[in-house]
Design a protein around this ligand. Structure first.
Ligand SMILES: *[C@@H]1O[C@H](CO)[C@@H](O)[C@H](O)[C@H]1NC(C)=O
Ligand SMILES: *[C@@H]1O[C@H](CO)[C@@H](O)[C@H](O)[C@H]1NC(C)=O
Ligand SMILES: *[C@@H]1O[C@H](CO)[C@@H](O)[C@H](O)[C@H]1NC(C)=O
Ligand SMILES: *[C@@H]1O[C@H](CO)[C@@H](O)[C@H](O)[C@H]1NC(C)=O
Ligand SMILES: *[C@@H]1O[C@H](CO)[C@@H](O)[C@H](O)[C@H]1NC(C)=O
Length: 512
């Protein structure tokens, strides 16, 4: 069969469009727990008001794989983001605190955007993707093809308020930080669209929003979705019965804000400290409003993708870098091993694959996103890291979640999700206490043990200082530590064995 020239051209164009690499729009929110309607039910942290206002994320969820039970490697920005962006857990990256940079103290790992860059993508980052500053050597320059963009928060230092609802007038005079980031994202998409659409160069555009991280400055118009009289304090506004002190994070830094100071409170951050009722509800209102504000900004960016005709060839991922305690356990912020701190939102839209919406209740981990996006974009797959992979630039300590997109209840899936939190140092300056925690279908189990810091880097499993066991079937809020309850003796032995085997022991196809 011979083809006429114009027919051959048509065929070539068709092949080119079929082969065009998928773009990636990589969306991140700081400190956003899964208070999104897609998580309504047992997977939403203590819902105490009728409904969240999250239309963008609800719509994105309806055409995404929604990871209902995704867990971070560590509930703190830099360790969590480093783990997600390198697919190495904190014990491999040696990033357990804010400050150190994985390339200095862990290994010269290829990051997720860097891998896309190596595969010919234009990679552009803005806002908070890596933890900025020293933690990422200044936004990890090697990850990006283009200069990095930051917008300043002109409101933060000025008024020193924890809760600052900004009037429309002030907003017009000085746009907020995340509004500027969304504007930049829109401009960037317009710039990369022509080459992406013609198949010349696909893009990986990473947009990191700062809210709902404190301090909470946000457009006042979002308060109307959360009237104070409809809000309630956390149902468990007290620390768990039998909680060891290691589990506690002291949030005394809240006391530095003018609006909190005005209450003349003492012992802010102590175990079982509670804010006065009005302040408690104001804090919750500000946090929820910030979620709706970010939902709105996400909407503007996703809409631009539609406007540019890029939606059907662009993967969209969204995640919040860890959970957040909003008074549950009388705890605030993250920095713990509790469910509320380690459980975070994550969803992935792959055009042509997840369009009808897929929900999985399987346990997943933040280190899983890197191999998932690599597989979804059809780049060469990553091998699983061997132990001590510091010298290997490219490998994964996660599992691609692509199979869940077509089979969200598949039988062979990982049997636990692992997180950890250090107490008493960053692991780089002497010995510390490390809290290793694991979520299984039924339980959360945690051991606080001695950990030999640099240069040994070794968990001392025979030196257990405290343990926590929460039975999620009876106690989904984790209010009652049963580690020393004799009726849980056998369960604890089994969970302790599984915790020590770690993530490799819980991988799919490796069940024992
Ligand atoms: C780290 O890896 C990159 C390539 O990914 C390379 O360009 C760079 O030289 C390496 N740095 C060191 C210190 O080995
Ligand atoms: C905190 O309050 C709870 C509920 O009253 C109580 O069971 C627990 O023992 C208290 N914890 C501490 C450390 O005081
Ligand atoms: C806090 O203390 C200041 C100075 O002592 C006082 O003027 C103010 O009324 C106090 N505020 C509250 C809420 O008690
Ligand atoms: C994507 O949408 C554009 C414009 O609507 C259309 O021309 C193109 O064929 C679509 N591509 C795919 C892969 O569906
Ligand atoms: C990693 O590289 C260092 C320095 O080149 C070497 O001393 C060490 O043995 C290597 N480690 C592994 C696990 O290969």
């Amino acid at each position: 069969m011979t083809l006429k020239i114009h027919e051959a051209l048509v065929l070539l164009v068709l092949i080119a469009s079929v082969d065009a690499k998928k773009n990636v729009l990589f969306l991140v929110s700081d400190d956003m727990r899964p208070n999104i309607n897609a998580y309504l039910g047992p997977d939403m942290p203590s819902p105490v008001h009728p409904k969240m206002h999250t239309p963008t994320l609800d719509a994105l969820a309806s055409r995404s794989l929604v990871l209902k039970r995704a867990y971070v490697s560590q509930a703190l920005c830099s360790p969590s983001r480093t783990a997600l962006l390198t697919s190495r857990r904190p014990d491999t990256s040696h990033i357990w605190q804010i400050g150190p940079y994985f390339r200095d103290v862990g290994g010269n790992f290829s990051t997720l955007p860097e891998y896309f860059k190596r595969n010919g993508y234009r990679t552009i980052g803005m806002g908070k993707i890596f933890h900025p500053g020293s933690s990422s050597g200044g936004d990890d320059p090697v990850s990006w093809t283009d200069p990095y963009f930051h917008a300043q928060d002109k409101y933060e230092d000025h008024d020193q308020l924890l809760c600052d609802a900004i009037s429309e007038e002030r907003e017009k005079a000085q746009p907020l930080q995340d509004q500027l980031i969304a504007n930049n994202a829109i401009k960037t998409l317009q710039e990369v669209a022509p080459r992406a659409k013609s198949g010349k160069q696909p893009f990986f555009v990473a947009v990191g929003f700062h809210k709902p991280h404190i301090s909470w400055n946000y457009p006042a118009r979002f308060n109307k979705f959360y009237p104070l009289e409809s809000l309630r304090p956390a149902p468990n506004y007290y620390a768990p019965v039998g909680m060891p002190a290691f589990a506690w994070h002291n949030f005394e830094n809240f006391g530095r804000y003018k609006d909190v100071k005005a209450y003349n409170l003492s012992h802010i951050g102590a175990i079982n400290f509670t804010f006065p009722p009005t302040l408690t509800l104001e804090l919750r209102q500000a946090y929820y409003s910030c979620i709706s504000y970010i939902d709105y900004e996400l909407g503007r960016v996703i809409q631009e993708l539609d406007n540019l005709g890029l939606s059907n060839n662009t993967i969209i991922s969204f995640w919040g870098d860890h959970g957040w305690q909003l008074g549950e356990h009388s705890e605030w912020e993250k920095q713990t091993n509790f469910e509320d701190a380690t459980h975070a939102p994550m969803m992935i839209h792959v055009p042509g694959v997840t369009d009808k919406g897929v929900v999985t209740e399987h346990l997943t981990e933040f280190v899983d996103l890197y191999p998932t996006l690599v597989e979804a974009a059809e780049l060469p797959k990553l091998d699983t890291c061997p132990p001590n992979s510091q010298n290997i630039s490219l490998c994964t300590e996660g599992t691609s979640m692509v199979p869940l997109m077509t089979n969200p209840t598949m039988e062979n899936w990982k049997t636990a999700a692992f997180s950890q939190y250090p107490r008493g140092g960053d692991g780089l300056h002497g010995d510390i206490t490390m809290g290793y925690t694991m979520r299984t279908e039924m339980y959360r189990y945690t051991e606080w043990i001695n950990f030999k810091g640099r240069p040994v880097y070794k968990p001392m499993w025979d030196q257990v200082k405290a343990a926590e066991l929460y039975d999620h079937a009876k106690d989904p809020e984790e209010n009652w530590n049963r580690a020393d309850d004799p009726s849980y003796k056998d369960v604890r032995v089994e969970l302790s064995r599984k915790l020590k085997k770690g993530w490799r022991g819980a991988l799919p196809y490796k069940r024992v």
